[in-house]
Design a protein around this ligand. Structure first.
Ligand code: FAD
Length: 496
């Protein structure tokens, strides 16, 4: 261990910045157990408090007894897409918040909400204050369809629609018009199925979730009875997983309405598919082609709402009403497949089909955006270029989560890729590639900058005040929580 560090065995020291007693034991490279003076601890800053930010922090804190981690988050509330993406009727998925809370409350972790990195503080300023900066700010942009009519009223991105029902402050004003009978969702991934399920779920189910009150009220009045989930390719290429498909199949008061011809050749192909894809395809085949048992047939007959996959179709144009001011339909190109299996390509046949609908939701993917000109960014892949989480040509800069890989995979995938980034960072510390020999001021200098700029961060205990108000408001209406919908209200409560 380098000579500049003050090492005391098991010594308890008062840290000026955090007002608490700490005991830091660091199992050094040479195997000796040593305690380090906290002001010489390696200081890591993480940008973004979604799963990537928290899993990176968790791994760093567990792996080294001397690392201090500060998490900066744009919003006053933590947890990223676990709060603003995961569907309200998937409460079990949100249990990861318990683990994140443990990390946030760790003596060597601090949370600074309400800090927009790139605007309130630059990445270069963070790099000067910390030994390492990990960018984990997710994928908040939206892929556009690039078709005429995309900006008509009645067309929404799944990102905004999901943000609306999940209480993302920037989507509060969306107020989607649900007065039409047919909605078309473009894309056949899990997000598309989440949106379809929320549009069709009985209100009795939704009202027990943490869906926002305005969204619940809009869904009570919704006239949407038919949801078409459109994909460029065929049943063997859908991007959803079996859990989400099963939820659609079993959704009360709905029935599937598939086109049998879309499944030509699928029965024969299914046996050669890899296992998860095989099970998914079998469930689709069963739903589309099998004659249901008496009970299921009765259930389907009674259903007042319909959902369906529409395969081999790509959007060509959103069609306007006669006043040319809102969506009245969508023109779809009919495709055929070239090749087979998951890699098959959609090729236009030249045919088109018009579908009448008043609502179009495009669920064709999220994308990361650059937040600071000093950070390398691959605009084509919409990620920060990196190898194993080390940002290319930027010493001391790392990335994890969707910003690192692109917006694919579930929380478990994000966890693994964030652990990998943490491992890279730790390896660099151990090898000396990442210089931690000189003390860095960490949050002390950043707090000063923020104060000068009139930015007041929200701490984790401030968040806990918001959390407690949200859960007690939820208790009053039988929901797990009633989310605050504006940044102003969140800040007001945090500062009480
Ligand atoms: P995010 O979760 O997006 O976190 C990024 C964080 O960075 C956010 O808190 C954001 O506010 C913050 N940030 C952004 N810009 C800045 C800035 N400039 N300064 C500071 N902070 C910033 N996975 C499952 O396992 N199960 C599910 O049911 C599930 N449902 C999903 C539903 C939807 C609609 C979506 C989109 C994803 C879902 N996922 C689900 C996937 C899961 O949400 C992702 O794998 C995971 O959230 C990615 O984590 P992340 O930390 O990279 O990004």
């Amino acid at each position: 261990m380098s000579g500049h560090k003050l090492l005391f065995d098991g010594l308890k020291l008062w840290t000026s910045g955090r007002s608490r007693w700490i005991s830091r034991l660091h199992d050094g490279i040479n195997g000796r157990v040593q305690a380090c003076f906290s002001s010489f601890s390696p200081k890591v800053c993480i940008v973004g408090s979604g799963p990537a930010g928290f899993y990176t922090a968790q791994h760093l804190i567990k792996a080294r007894q001397d690392v201090e981690v500060d998490i900066y988050e744009r919003l006053p509330v933590p947890f990223g897409l676990v709060r603003f993406g995961v569907a309200p009727d998937h409460p079990e998925v949100k249990n990861v918040i318990n683990t994140f809370t443990q990390t946030a409350k760790h003596s060597r972790c601090s949370f600074y909400g309400n800090v927009n990195v790139g605007r309130d503080v630059s990445v270069e300023e963070l790099q000067r204050a910390y030994h390492a900066v990990v960018l984990s700010y997710g994928a908040e942009g939206n892929r556009r369809m690039g078709v005429p009519g995309e900006d008509l009223a009645g067309v929404y991105s799944a990102k905004d629609f999901v943000g609306w029902y999940n209480g993302l402050p920037s989507c509060r004003e969306l107020s989607p018009d649900l007065s039409c009978e047919t909605a078309v969702i473009l894309g056949q991934g899990n997000v598309a199925l989440d949106v379809a399920r929320i549009l069709l779920s009985p209100i009795d189910i939704l009202k027990k979730t943490d869906i926002t009150q305005p969204a619940l009220e809009a869904l009570v009045d919704s006239q949407v009875r038919r949801v078409l989930i459109v994909g460029r390719r065929g049943p063997i290429q859908v991007a959803c997983t079996i859990k989400e498909l099963r939820e659609m199949v079993n959704l009360p008061d709905t029935r599937p309405e598939m086109v049998a011809a879309d499944f030509e050749g699928v029965t024969e192909a299914v046996k050669d598919l890899p296992r998860p894809r095989k099970r998914l395809t079998e469930l689709m085949l069963k739903t589309a082609l099998e004659v249901p048992g008496e009970k299921e047939q009765e259930r389907r007959n009674r259903a007042s709402r319909v959902w369906a996959f529409r395969f081999f179709r790509s959007p060509v144009e959103i069609l306007a009403n006669p006043d040319n001011n809102r969506t009245a339909g969508i023109r779809l190109a009919v495709n055929r497949l070239e090749g087979s299996g998951e890699g098959a390509r959609a090729v236009l046949t030249g045919e088109v089909e018009d579908v009448a609908c008043g609502l179009v939701i495009s669920s064709i993917g999220y994308k990361s955006l650059p937040i600071d000109p000093s950070v390398p960014f691959d605009s084509y892949k919409a990620i920060v270029p990196n190898s194993m989480g080390r940002v290319q040509q930027a010493a001391g800069l790392y990335c994890s989560g969707w910003l690192k890989t692109g917006p694919t995979g579930v929380i478990a995938t994000t966890m693994n890729n964030s652990f990998d980034t943490a491992r890279s960072l730790l390896e660099d510390m151990d090898s000396g590639t990442l210089d931690v020999s000189a003390a860095r001021p960490g949050s002390q200098s950043i707090s000063g900058l923020l104060e000068k700029r009139g930015v007041r961060p929200v701490t984790f205990s401030d968040w806990e005040k918001i959390d407690s108000v949200e859960t007690s408001r939820g208790d009053a209406t039988g929901k797990p929580r009633e989310k605050l919908l504006t940044v102003e209200e969140m800040l007001q409560l945090a500062r009480k």
